[in-house]
Every structure is written in structure tokens, then in C-alpha cells.
Design a protein around this ligand. Structure first.
Ligand SMILES: Cc1cc2nc3c(=O)[nH]c(=O)nc-3n(C[C@H](O)[C@H](O)[C@H](O)COP(=O)(O)OP(=O)(O)OC[C@H]3O[C@@H](n4cnc5c(N)ncnc54)[C@H](O)[C@@H]3O)c2cc1C
Length: 152
């Protein structure tokens, strides 16, 4: 976990808007997310992925949490089916490239969609007649209703 005092968000949004944050934090693991939420007394932060769908209009005082959880893990594989678990901080297009290289079908129409894996289920990314929901199984996330970590 890293905290910076008054940093520019220019490099954290694709518009390159040069606003500042006074409470910018990075989480590299689920554990760091929980630790951060405890630190801010479970107030809902602004969650930031790749910042490609965010337009900052002014300096941000609210806590920002950038998710950088990495990793791609194969959970199950048969002749016809593969189930993978991917960290929210992976770049979406890197995941598509990884699947295409290994000849795993399903995501190829979603190549070049900017952003991170963690944001993909938030808006159900889609392109060329394919949507994430077509291959999506579940998302491990923290509920802002009760702050429990569970699979949705
Ligand atoms: C040029 C361009 C082309 C695009 N083309 C497409 C397209 O073809 N299809 C399509 O579907 N979209 C498209 N988009 C939209 C964009 O790619 C998606 O919205 C993408 O999912 C945003 O990812 P991000 O990581 O940058 O999200 P951010 O901009 O960082 O965040 C977007 C939202 O998701 C939330 N969020 C981010 N990460 C998490 C997380 N880990 N947990 C909970 N909430 C989170 C944020 O709080 C915010 O509300 C395009 C955007 C651009 C700029």
C-alpha cells in the first residue's frame, strides 16, 4: 500500500486531465484493499482501474483506490472449456492477447477495449456482438452494503 500527498492524476486517466488527489492509494492485493478500507473507516472510495472511462473535472479530496491486483490463473481445463481467474489490475487487452496466444476462444472480439479487467464486469464490456456476460462466471468483490468479500 502506498500513499502520496497531493499527486497529479494526469497519468491515471486517459484524457490526461491534470487534477490533483490528496489521498491516492494503490492496492496490490485483496488484503491491501481491506486494510485500506479499515484505514478510511469503510467510507466508499473512488475506485480507479485504467482511468479510460473517467473524466476528472476538478481536484479530488475523496480517497482514491487504484486497483493493481495482478495474475492470471487457470482454475479448470477440459478439452472444450477453460476457466480462468484474473486479477482486477491486469490490462484487459493483455488478457485478450494471452488467451489468443494460447488459442482460448471467447474474448477475441473484445480486443483493444481500453481499461483493466476489474472494470470489465462493472459495465459488461462489449464489441462486435460479443459481451463479457457471454463468458463471465463470477466476480470476487467487496460489497459496499456490508463490506464482505464474496463472489458475485
Ligand atoms: C477509445 C475508447 C474505446 C472504447 N471502446 C469500448 C468498447 O468497444 N466496448 C466497451 O464496452 N467499452 C469501450 N470503452 C469504454 C472503456 O474501455 C470501458 O469502460 C473500460 O471497462 C474502462 O476500464 P478502466 O479500467 O479504464 O475503468 P476506469 O475508467 O478506471 O473506471 C470505470 C468505472 O469502473 C469502476 N471500476 C474500475 N475498476 C474497478 C474495480 N476493480 N472494482 C470496482 N469498480 C471498478 C470505476 O470506479 C468507474 O466507475 C472505450 C473507451 C475508450 C476511451
Amino acid at each position: 500500500m502506498r500513499k502520496k500527498i497531493k499527486i497529479s492524476l494526469k497519468d491515471f486517466n486517459s484524457f490526461g486531465v491534470d487534477v490533483t488527489s490528496t489521498d491516492f492509494n494503490i492496492a496490490n492485493s485483496e488484503h491491501e484493499i481491506v486494510k485500506f478500507l479499515k484505514k478510511i473507516n469503510f467510507k466508499t472510495p473512488i475506485v480507479l482501474g485504467g482511468g479510460t472511462n473517467m473524466l476528472f473535472k476538478k481536484n479530488i479530496d475523496k480517497s482514491i483506490l487504484k486497483i493493481k491486483i495482478k495474475g492470471i490463473e487457470i482454475l479448470n481445463e477440459t478439452n472444450e472449456f477453460i476457466e480462468i481467474s484474473v486479477g482486477a489490475g491486469e490490462v484487459w487487452n493483455n488478457l485478450v492477447d494471452w488467451c489468443v496466444e494460447k488459442n482460448y476462444g471467447g474474448f477475441e472480439n473484445l480486443s483493444f477495449i481500453p481499461g483493466n479487467v476489474g472494470s470489465a464486469p462493472i459495465q459488461n464490456i462489449g464489441a462486435y456482438g460479443v459481451e463479457l456476460k457471454d463468458t463471465f462466471i463470477s466476480c470476487r468483490a467487496i460489497s459496499t452494503d456490508n463490506w464482505f468479500l464474496k463472489d458475485f
